[in-house]
Design a protein. Structure first.
Length: 394
């Protein structure tokens, strides 16, 4: 396919995932920057020069340490969680730095407790967060009594609300991570089950044939050199059995490797829904008279196109259409996959697109793919009937 396999739409940066490219890094950095607005007061307090040189240096180091621990705890922990011991240790550091800095440097530093509350809500288990957030608010209020009770009272509600809101975000991230792990486990179990099924089928196909070949080989060996005619008959039987076994294996492997369009459409619906893409997928298609080679080629095209939509396009809508068309080349089954994602890189066809072109040409079909005004469109066509059959298009 020609769609960019690295770029993704900013609105589709997955919650809790580390950034995969510069665009996602910029989006997450912007989101982090918005939350750092409460640092304007302590920074402004340091810049104003109302403290001694020693206090300014100590405050700057303390603020840098606080921000570094906070970013490490919240935004690193959301993507790749720390162990509980590390989470509690970093949280304790924030719990010490916030009141020390606010008590010694003044009310302008009370905003640090908002970050402490956010860290508690985002990283602690729910039961621990439910008491840690009110404790952060109470500690902020008690610290504010020393400098500015009115400001402390105004920040108290904000500290509690943001902290409890972050418990929902943290729970969402943890649930997302668990779902990804569960999905990977299901995929692994499905792959294992498919291997077992293939092993059982091959055993059923080859077990009898190989046993018969072994038996006849032993008989032929015992018949030589006294009964060469009978030995020759056994060798002929071995050849016949081995040829039939080879045919059976080829048919079995062809059945495994050849995808079915109806099955791919069903899998497409599940894949797009799981990726949060709104999809319009046709019902079970009418494939009466469609050659198996054409069906397989279109199934491969659908699989490749949907894989690109889910993983790389950044789309939130996808339209899939399947229709019979009458063309100058005869009756064709036409598959259209259209999304509103980022489109192709414009650097030429990729390996996936080239492979699909070759597969469709071998089946007697064609492939068209490229950017449209608001996304990317792929149109694959394959013969809807065998040569010599009478077909009609819708």
């Amino acid at each position: 396919m020609t769609e960019d396999r690295t770029a993704a739409s900013p609105k589709h940066v997955p919650v809790g995932w580390p950034p995969r490219n510069r665009r996602e890094l910029a989006v997450k950095t912007l989101w982090i920057g918005v939350w750092l607005v409460f640092l304007s007061s302590p920074v402004g307090d340091l810049v104003d020069g109302g403290h001694s040189t020693g206090a300014t240096v100590a405050g700057s180091l303390g603020l840098a340490a606080f921000v570094g621990v906070y970013l490490t705890l919240v935004f690193r922990n959301i993507g790749r969680p720390f162990s509980p011991r590390v989470v509690y240790s970093l949280g304790a550091i924030l719990g010490v730095l916030a009141p020390v800095l606010a008590y010694t440097l003044g009310s302008a530093w009370l905003g640090l407790f908002i970050y402490l509350s956010v860290a508690c809500g985002a990283t602690l288990p729910l039961k621990a967060a439910y008491w840690a957030i009110p404790a952060s608010g109470a500690l902020m209020y008690l610290t504010g009594l020393h400098s500015n009770e009115k400001e402390a009272r105004g920040l108290l509600l904000l500290t509690l609300l943001i902290g409890f809101a972050m418990t929902g975000v943290g729970q969402l991230v943890r649930t997302t991570v668990e779902l990804r792990k569960a999905r990977a486990t299901v995929a692994q179990l499905a792959a294992n089950e498919e291997r077992l099924r293939l092993a059982r089928d091959l055993h059923d196909l080859l077990g009898h044939s190989l046993s018969l070949i072994t038996l006849k080989s032993e008989l032929a060996g015992r018949m030589l050199p006294d009964h060469p005619d009978k030995a020759a008959q056994q060798v002929a039987d071995i050849e016949q059995v081995s040829r039939q076994a080879l045919v059976d294996v080829r048919e079995a492997v062809t059945g495994y490797r050849r995808p079915r369009l109806a099955a791919e459409l069903a899998g497409t619906q599940v894949a797009l829904a799981a990726a949060g893409v709104t999809a319009e997928v046709p019902a079970e298609p009418d494939l009466t008279g469609v050659p198996e080679e054409s069906e397989a080629a279109l199934a491969w095209a659908l699989r490749e196109a949907v894989t690109n939509v889910v993983r790389h396009s950044g789309a939130d809508r996808c339209l899939i259409q399947l229709a019979h068309r009458q063309t100058l080349d005869g009756a064709m089954l036409e598959l259209t996959v259209e999304d509103n994602g980022s489109g192709g890189s414009g650097s030429g066809p990729g390996n996936g697109l080239t492979g699909l072109m070759e597969r469709l040409e071998k089946a007697g079909g064609t492939l068209e793919a490229g950017r449209i005004k608001h996304g990317f469109r792929l149109v694959a066509r394959a013969p809807a009937a065998l040569p010599g059959d009478v077909g009609s298009g819708a």
